[in-house]
Ligand binder design. Structure first.
Ligand SMILES: [Zn+2]
Length: 92
């Protein structure tokens, strides 16, 4: 098996590759394994160096990600507009 890909770790319980969203790691959110449902939380204290390196990588790739996410952002804005239209307002 090759080295762990960036953004992916093997699940400690079932060894399935887990997608590791950088945002979740940096904010300390739990990540659920799709294979066995195990919830993983980054240990911010013990993986301080790794998180620092990850943070640097995250900043370096932020520009490319922003470009890719701009389309998603407008799609999300459309959904928000749709959702707000569904809200029933009380009549005055
Ligand atoms: Zn698992």
């Amino acid at each position: 098996m090759t080295a762990t890909q960036p953004g992916r770790i093997p699940c400690p319980a079932c060894s399935q590759p887990l997608a590791l969203p950088i945002e979740a790691v940096l904010t300390g959110q739990a990540i659920a394994c799709a294979g066995c449902g195990l919830e993983l939380t980054a240990q911010r204290e013990t993986s301080h160096e790794a998180l620092n390196a990850l943070g640097r990588w995250y900043e370096e790739t932020a520009e490319a990600r922003t470009t890719a996410a701009s389309g998603q952002a407008s799609a999300a804005a459309g959904q928000t507009a749709k959702a707000s239209r569904r809200v029933t307002r009380p009549r005055r």
